[in-house]
Write a protein that binds this ligand. Sequence first.
Ligand code: ADP
Ligand code: MG
Length: 284
Amino acid sequence: MTNKPIIEFKNVSFRYDSEDETLLPLAVKDVNLTIRQGELVAVLGHNGSGKSTLAKLSNAILLPAEGQVLVNGMDSQDEALEYDIRKTVGVVFQNPDNQIVASIVEEDVAFGPENLGVPPAEIRKRVDDALRAVNMYDYRHHEPHKLSGGQKQRVAIAGIIAMLTACIVFDEPTAMLDPSGRKEVMQTIQKLNREMGKTVVYITHFMDEAVEADRIVVMDDGKILFDGTPREVFARAGELKAVGLDVPVSAELAGLLKADGVELPNDVLTVSEFVSAFQKAALK
Ligand code: ADP
Ligand code: MG
């Protein structure tokens, strides 16, 4: 892919401050990563591997201790660029309740653009467009706390869309949702990327969600372990298991059958690929 980089991590390390004098270990270690315009990149890694820290470094919520984070070429260390960086990259977090700031849906969505100093008439249009994009326009006068988890999360996403950010980083946005909420949010994210052209970084621990990405980055202990297509990454089942991650069920079944002598390809990823590869093997 030759699209323009939108987020670049260059030898980035980060350490949280401890409550006392002790030095905490680095949460992110010498990370090099480029996210290009239009990509949908999934980030996988077990708890504590540094995913949320990476998300917060991507729009200057946290600043690197070493190395550089560039957003459209803007260095996150430069305080004067903070607004422009937040206008380019938005982050949606795991817990929808922590992201709601107003008592009416449309006011909540307006909060981001208001803070950016967007004129009122323009805000009106952005809020309506954003709520339509996430299928929540009919709920614009509702109270956010009465919505389902999936609906709240879509309102949070609308808030970022209304800031017209080119890139959205999602930090496990479906982790606290039921299956139907999860599906609503996944469909919204697909639409943002495939139809609206937003660059998406999608942090998740659901393997079936990661399969949908153009690219998967696997983190372990603050470092990037793999960076490749879903097919490349999930072919390394053994190494993923060693760092506490699963592979999609179809890939796992194929791997087990293959180890038992069934002739299957190395890179079975989806259910339909598994079925056709298995039928082929069975017909032999
Ligand atoms: P993940 O999102 O992959 O679970 P995090 O980025 O949240 O990982 O955490 C990376 C490391 O930094 C972990 O060891 C975690 O305990 C530590 N950490 C995260 N937040 C803080 C904090 N506010 N203060 C101190 N340590 C933290
Ligand atoms: Mg996290």
